[in-house]
Design a protein around this ligand. Structure first.
Ligand SMILES: [Zn+2]
Length: 413
């Protein structure tokens, strides 16, 4: 199947400038950039006045938490988690997680996200939802041992065996929840298994000011050798920043969630200056409440500019939102180039806020928003196109989520 996008304003990667070009997609991959006649393809789309660019990556979320969107507001992190979220999560069925994840994917595709990193449970349901929808996902099982491991790590290994590499859409990693919920011995055990399987790890780190542990001690374990995606890193010392600036480590900045839960503002500018690879995440919809990396990108730059307007340039913002996210998730290139998977978004430029047209990257960061996304393609398949979701019955997903939410929150039986 060959798909031709004609006359697009094409931004091949976030470091270059856009140019008008056609784009040919064949069997899920970018097959050509240049001029092509309409006879070249079976499916043709006129992309005049549209920008085609690599999609965003959500490097930290708990997708199924869309079921708890708006459920716990104006609360401190620990109360939010222990009084509101955990009691609901205990009652989630695999089917709930499937539809909650699907709802998250509908939103992410609508907002121009092509891949995400997930930490949750009932991961067979998460993986099935990603496969059915056609979205790229690095899936991890949340792991804790403060009340005993209860077979979680064994489950995570089984998820790896069952799902890792499926259809080029799914990869499975390991999800030690946080240093306050995992013992050092447990983190080391997880890291050893991850290294053996060449699987990445994702873990919350220094999210709130109350978190009291030593990264230096944690990195005496095998974790230091793993590819690790650390979420938050709000309360990090100079020494921690130094420890995080390694090629195998990524930091995911989640500005909305950090602000909303009163966690603080991560020192992103300092981390970037010290060579830390920073990408962006939304966290779950229960603490954000949107899954919108485009929005996080703008917020991330504004938060650092409060002390110096030279902080976080247009280029750096786009690098965090797309290029570093792609590197962290490992399933997408973050570029439009021949031979790469066709993971891209189409942005409708017929808006007052995209004029003048010669500074499109500036407009993307500082004046556009995710609702300008006209279409999202993942591995050559449209998963969102002009108000429609071609791979899934969205109305049915809405209905199933409403039913689940009613049962979980006690508004229906
Ligand atoms: Zn999180």
């Amino acid at each position: 199947m060959r798909i031709l996008l004609k006359n697009a304003l094409l931004l091949c990667d976030v470091r270059s400038e856009p140019k008008v070009s056609d784009l040919l997609v064949e069997d899920g991959k970018i097959a050509g950039i240049g001029n092509f006649t309409e006879a070249t393809a079976e499916e043709i789309h006129d992309m005049s006045e549209k920008l085609v660019m690599p999609g965003f990556v959500n490097a930290h979320t708990h997708a199924a938490m869309t079921l708890m969107r708006g459920f716990a507001e104006d609360m401190k992190l620990q109360d939010w988690l222990f009084k509101r979220i955990f009691p609901i999560e205990e009652r989630l069925t695999p089917e709930d997680v499937y539809y909650g994840t699907m709802m998250a994917q509908l939103e992410m595709a609508r907002r121009g996200i092509v891949a995400y990193v997930d930490m949750y449970f009932h991961c067979d349901a998460v993986a099935q939802a990603a496969l059915d929808f056609g979205m790229k996902a690095l899936i991890t099982r949340g792991l804790t041992d403060y009340n005993g491991d209860n077979g979680r790590l064994k489950q995570n290994i089984e998820y790896f065996d069952r799902w890792h590499g499926r259809k080029g859409l799914i990869s499975v990693g390991f999800g030690p929840h946080a240093p306050y919920s995992c013992s050092i011995r447990y983190i080391d055990e997880i890291a050893r298994i991850a290294l053996e399987l060449k699987a990445p790890i994702t873990m919350h780190l220094f999210e709130s000011p109350a978190e009291d542990y030593s990264l230096h001690e944690i990195l005496k374990t095998k974790l230091s050798e793993c590819k690790v995606i650390f979420a938050h890193c709000v309360h990090v010392s100079e020494k921690d920043i130094e420890l995080l600036s390694r090629e195998n480590f990524f930091v995911v900045h989640n500005p909305t969630s950090n602000l909303k839960l009163g966690s603080g503002i991560a020192p992103v500018q300092k981390m970037i200056e010290k060579g830390v690879q920073v990408c962006l995440g939304t966290d779950g919809a229960a603490s954000n409440n949107t899954l919108d990396v485009w929005h996080e990108m703008r917020l991330a730059t504004l938060l650092q500019k409060v002390s110096d307007p030279r902080n976080i340039s247009i280029q750096q913002a786009l690098i965090m939102a797309i290029e570093q996210g792609a590197k962290a998730v490992g399933l997408t290139s973050g570029m439009i180039e021949v031979g790469a998977d066709a993971d891209l978004i189409v942005v409708d430029l017929k808006k007052p806020w995209y004029v003048p047209r010669d500074r499109i990257k500036n407009h993307i960061v500082h004046s556009g928003n995710s609702l300008d996304v006209f279409a999202t393609m993942i591995k050559g398949r449209w998963v969102y196109y002009d108000g429609e979701y071609p791979t899934i019955d969205a109305k049915y997903v809405f209905k199933k989520c409403e039913e689940a939410i009613g049962r979980l929150t006690g508004t229906t039986n």
